[in-house]
Design a protein around this ligand. Structure first.
Ligand SMILES: Nc1nc2c(ncn2[C@@H]2O[C@H](COP(=O)(O)OP(=O)(O)OP(=O)(O)O)[C@@H](O)[C@H]2O)c(=O)[nH]1
Ligand SMILES: [Mg+2]
Length: 321
């Protein structure tokens, strides 16, 4: 069944794409098989993370940016990791109308996903969903996330280009951004530039960015003012994204990012597998409860020795498979 879906995906079938996304997102039976088939066909799309405080205009901006990218003949996949996002229908009427315009465009694929599950879980599920859209042949994949917590930072890490969106009067929010995402932002957007205080917000941002000095060859994150609802400044944003894409390519950084991302993904899978196997061994009534008793109760065995004994057992008995 997965093979059939995969074949349809490669021939451009949107329903197969939707089905495969659900499969990997929810870790349904066949998910691993699907990821195995997809892998060879991934690594082509440029992934853009779009993050920022609630209501900054991320979804509106994603819509406007998509239109700009489409006018440059690029196909676009959109993943909204946010339960309150307009992509899931929580929007005002105007937003929904704008979004629907995109939904009828064959060059655009929109998908929203809930931010449930564990921290690593969301980032990994997002990664898998992005991979489906990548294999589906989308040139650009835009990932919208709200806030500046660990989940967002994890998701931003899997993007090639990270766009941090803020808006005038979001002083506290900027402080929050400063704490987490400032260092990994490649492009900063002050949206709602139709509001009075936007110049001050942009200035505050530029002062903050000056605090982290960069070398002459290093990418200098631009600060772009946009009015997402009218499209003002969004052309400039699209240009900045494409310039950053070129920059990464020219400096061999894209390849490095990809390698780091895949290595991190593999390490996380290993961590998870080991952790599941070990928990099975040491649980009450499990095969290693004697050992655990000696560590936890009688203290005859210290945690290091205990860990070594468990690792040894895992390797010898092939319990990881
Ligand atoms: N005045 C003004 N309003 C805007 C602009 N961009 C977006 N908005 C409005 O701001 C509100 C929030 O926009 P969204 O795009 O839903 O913001 P978001 O960041 O995706 O919000 P969440 O996903 O809920 O965090 C909507 O009512 C938009 O119409 C802008 O440039 N100027
Ligand atoms: Mg949104």
């Amino acid at each position: 069944m997965v093979e059939e879906l995969f074949r349809k995906l490669m021939s451009g079938d949107r329903r197969a794409a939707a089905r495969l996304i659900s499969l990997v997102e929810n870790d349904e039976p066949g998910a691993v098989e699907a990821i195995r088939m997809l892998h060879r066909h991934t690594g082509r799309a440029h992934v853009v993370g779009i993050t920022g405080p609630p209501g900054a205009g991320k979804s509106t901006l994603v819509t406007a940016l998509t239109r700009e990218l489409r006018s440059r003949d690029l196909t676009v996949g959109i993943v909204a990791v946010d339960p309150t996002s307009p992509f899931t229908g929580g929007a005002l009427l105007g937003d929904r109308v704008r979004m629907q315009e995109l939904a009828t465009d064959k060059g655009v694929f929109i998908r929203s996903m809930g931010s449930r599950g564990s921290l690593g879980g969301v980032a990994r599920a997002t990664n898998d969903v992005v991979n489906v859209l990548d294999a589906f042949g989308k040139d650009m994949v835009l990932v919208e996330t709200v806030g500046a917590g660990q989940v967002e930072v994890d998701i931003v890490r899997l993007a090639h280009t990270s766009v941090v969106v803020t808006m005038p009067g979001a002083g506290d929010e900027i402080q929050a951004i400063k704490a987490g995402i400032l260092e990994i932002g490649d492009i900063f957007v002050v949206n709602k530039a139709d509001r009075e205080e936007s110049a001050r917000t942009a200035l505050e941002l530029s002062l903050m960015l000056e605090l982290s000095p960069r070398g002459p060859e290093e990418w200098c994150p631009p600060i772009i003012k946009t009015v997402a609802v009218s499209g003002e400044g969004v052309g400039e944003l699209a240009e900045a994204v494409l310039r950053h894409q070129d920059y990464l390519r020219e400096h061999g950084l894209r390849e490095r990012k990809e390698k780091e991302r895949l290595t991190a993904e593999m390490l996380e899978i290993i961590n998870q597998k080991v952790s599941v196997a070990v928990r099975r061994l040491i649980r009450e009534g499990g095969p290693l409860q004697d050992l655990m008793h000696k560590v936890l109760e009688t203290r005859e065995i210290d945690p290091h020795t205990g860990a070594d004994l468990i690792m040894q057992r895992l390797l010898e008995n092939g319990e990881l498979r």
